[in-house]
Design a protein around this ligand. Structure first.
Ligand code: GTP
Ligand code: MG
Length: 294
């Protein structure tokens, strides 16, 4: 038995991974697709494999597609470069982006490139039609922030938790460009347990439906393998602590950070929330959870 007497390994597949409103969102997006010239999928640069919708190519048919590795400021630069080269080899138009700071022109240029045939045809006919681009991606990947960045002002509500955007809306950027903000979408089939856990580390699944202590312990263990010095330093772990896992690892982090309840017991709940928050906010430095060679 593990933390608070719960089994240590609660399968991610047992949680409500695909809430009811996702089916509705998916139908709405399918309907809006006929009005769309291009689809931009935002993925998280820290886990490009698990945050990419495996269904999207089928859903979007022949529409032009651009892949944006968002939150690139939180990912390891060399790993991101590796992913960009990988996508290029696959013939996928991909770029890295930081929606909280990068220049919108980069994105506009990519849209023009993806739609250059269409734009050329319109020019030849002398028409100036508005280009419509749908922005899709899993919850909390930064879709609304991305749109606000392109627009240059906060027109879409953005917050650091999943499920902020509740319905799709078109947002006019210029007379010739509209972007559609959409609610985060997960896919109905969960094939990969480790991948699902990474989505939870990144904050794309609501924390209140998960055992956060178990989740944080698993995350810390993974981070210890990827960037041990950052975890050891942040949680003031002692030599040898890196071999710990589960409840013992969380206890060691509580000890390091002085997180105690009255009476002296370790406050593992608070430590779990803190660890998840700190990873999501980049406090452990630039970390990529998935490398191309996976
Ligand atoms: N560091 C960093 N944070 C980002 C970036 N893009 C978005 N964020 C943050 O990520 C959090 C989620 O952003 P949102 O724009 O609400 O995400 P969303 O995809 O619209 O989320 P839902 O509407 O819930 O699906 C916010 O706290 C943003 O500030 C980025 O490029 N870098
Ligand atoms: Mg949103």
């Amino acid at each position: 038995m593990g933390l608070r007497g719960q089994p240590v390994f609660v399968l991610m597949s047992e949680i409500n991974w695909y809430p009811g409103h996702m089916a509705k969102t998916r139908r709405e997006l399918e309907k809006q697709l006929s009005l769309t010239d291009c689809v931009i999928e935002l993925i998280d640069a820290r886990a490009p494999y698990s945050t990419r919708n495996p269904d999207l190519a089928r859903l979007t048919g022949h529409k032009a597609r651009i892949l944006v590795l968002n939150k690139a400021d939180l990912a390891d630069d060399a790993a991101t470069q590796g992913w960009l080269e990988y996508f290029k080899r696959q013939g996928v138009q991909a770029l890295k982006f930081r929606s909280t700071g990068d220049r919108p022109q980069t994105i506009i240029k990519h849209v023009e490139t993806a739609l250059e045939d269409k734009v050329a045809r319109m020019k030849a006919k002398g028409v100036n039609k508005t280009l419509r681009v749908m922005i899709v991606g899993i919850p909390n990947v930064g879709k609304s922030t991305f749109i606000n960045r392109i627009k240059g002002q906060a027109v879409a509500k953005a917050q650091d938790r999943p499920g902020v955007t509740r319905s799709a809306q078109w947002i006019r950027i210029t007379p010739f460009l509209e972007l559609m903000d959409t609610p985060g979408l997960l896919w109905p089939k969960l094939s990969d347990e480790a991948g699902a856990r990474r989505l939870a580390y990144l904050g794309s699944i609501k924390d209140d439906i998960m055992d956060t202590e178990q989740l944080a312990a698993a995350m810390l263990k993974e981070l210890l393998q990827i960037k041990p010095e950052a975890v050891m330093e942040r949680y003031k772990l002692k030599p040898g602590d890196e071999a710990l896992k589960g409840e013992e690892l969380l206890d060691a982090c509580c000890r390091g950070r002085g997180l105690l309840l009255t009476g002296g017991r370790f406050d593992t709940l608070r430590c779990a929330a803190l660890a998840l928050d700190e990873f999501r906010g980049g406090k452990l430095g630039k970390i990529t959870l998935e490398r191309v060679s996976l």
